[in-house]
Design a protein around this ligand. Structure first.
Ligand SMILES: [Zn+2]
Length: 254
């Protein structure tokens, strides 16, 4: 990132294209100087997102195929792989083991596994990953299909167990913390246990809720304060760590 010295906050998982007014949301990221990784849920949205974010200093699009859509849209896998040649950033991808998505779980595994394989082949890829009720399966696939020198995996809105957290850390994953995690008891426990050199922040807007409304770019600053409070440390220490960790992510992406 050319603008890293001017960045005021970091949002490593945001659905910019699902905002009510995407151009206005991007303008807010620019004004607030919040680096925002704009995930896509289907590669069909990729050309439009690229166009939308073209010229933005702070918003970068990522190419993805959401696990909740993989059952219906697995035919778009080749398109994802093609678009992956154009960007270092991949997401939203992963697995969802919730009861309503269990029917497509095997398809999800095939799609996500193939995306990991492609990322490993291409190298320099940063992936923001969904792992609801499937943390063990996600971490096992990451371990089997990628190596930390070629793929940097960020587990977004992680909601696994402590044991799964330890497995994710051992596999080299980073973790982007969102507003939901600093509210729930289990989320707060995880936020307190993640090594500081693996911490990032995200909004997951418009799904992430901050103060009873969809989270906005500037809320990542409030999130840093909430993380610091949970960890019993100063907000400046967390802000510095997130900045350093983000620099590592940017250095990895190519
Ligand atoms: Zn998401």
């Amino acid at each position: 990132m050319k603008t890293s010295d001017t960045i005021a906050g970091y949002d490593f998982h945001c659905h910019v294209d699902l905002q009510k007014n995407a151009p206005a949301y991007i303008a807010e990221c620019e004004t607030r100087r919040v680096f925002t990784l704009a995930v896509t849920t289907t590669p069909k949205a990729w050309p439009q997102n690229k166009k939308l974010m073209n010229g933005s200093r702070y918003v970068r699009p990522a190419i993805g195929l959401h696990p909740e859509l993989a059952g219906d849209r697995y035919r778009e896998l080749d398109l994802v792989k093609l678009c992956m040649k154009e960007t270092s950033f991949v997401g939203e991808v992963g697995l969802d083991g919730s009861p309503e998505h269990m029917a497509s779980f095997e398809v999800q595994r095939r799609v996500y596994g193939a995306i990991l394989d492609e990322a490993q082949t291409l190298g320099g890829k940063v992936i923001t990953t969904h792992s609801r009720r499937a943390a063990t399966e996600v971490i096992d696939l990451i371990k089997a299909r990628t190596t930390p020198d070629r793929v940097l995996n960020i587990l977004h809105w992680f909601s696994g167990s402590k044991g799964e957290l330890i497995a994710g850390i051992a596999t080299g994953c980073m973790f982007s913390i969102n507003p939901g995690m600093v509210r729930s008891k289990s989320g707060r426990e995880l936020v307190g246990a993640i090594p500081i050199d693996r911490l990032l922040t995200e909004t997951d807007s418009p799904f992430g809720i901050w103060e009873d409304r969809p989270a906005r770019a500037e809320d990542v600053m409030g999130l840093v304060a909430a993380i610091a409070e949970i960890r019993g440390t100063g907000a400046a220490r967390v802000a510095d760590a997130v900045r350093e960790n983000a620099q590592r992510v940017f250095g990895f992406a190519r």
